[in-house]
Design a protein. Structure first.
Length: 163
């Protein structure tokens, strides 16, 4: 079955922005590890007092259940990239897979926006890496739901004929 242009564009956007988010999260994970031994690991993205990675990386919101938040982003974007590539190769999802991927994507966006809220209003600083990941996850969410709408259209139920 041939897919429409909007389906292909959606899958390419999912794959592209998942790769961007994955690279950004990977760099942030490496910086988090390096920060344990080098206190200047985040200095390169400290532009001013508001755009400052070090401030956000050293806050209590940088860890969730003892795990660096960037690692959750790394896992999410890795999964999204694999899903995008598999769908580009022609795989068709079942209904429960669509629901699962949709829930994963919405949960990722909500978690990301929650961290963005805490970053701006709780810490008072924004991390450029985090902003790139917030934008990337937003594009992935929108592209995913456009893909679902185009690739899996609803079939109207047949109405019983009156007797």
């Amino acid at each position: 079955m041939r897919r429409s242009a909007s389906e292909s564009v959606s899958l390419w956007l999912i794959s592209l922005f998942s790769a961007v988010g994955l690279a950004t999260a990977f760099d942030l994970v490496l910086r988090t590890i390096a920060d344990k031994t080098d206190s200047h690991a985040f200095d390169s993205c400290a532009i001013n007092s508001v755009i400052n990675c070090a401030t956000t990386a050293h806050s209590r919101y940088a860890y969730f259940w003892g795990v660096p938040v960037a690692l959750y982003g790394l896992l999410f974007f890795e999964a999204a990239l694999v899903i995008g590539i598999v769908l580009l190769c022609g795989y068709r999802c079942s209904r429960w897979q669509l629901w699962g991927i949709s829930l994963l994507t919405v949960a990722g966006v909500l978690f990301s926006y929650r961290l963005l809220f805490y970053s701006y209003f709780g810490i008072g600083a924004l991390c450029p890496y985090c902003l790139v990941m917030d934008f990337s996850i937003t594009v992935v969410l929108i592209a995913w739901f456009v893909y679902i709408k185009k690739a899996y259209p609803r079939v109207p139920q047949a109405q019983p004929t009156p007797k």
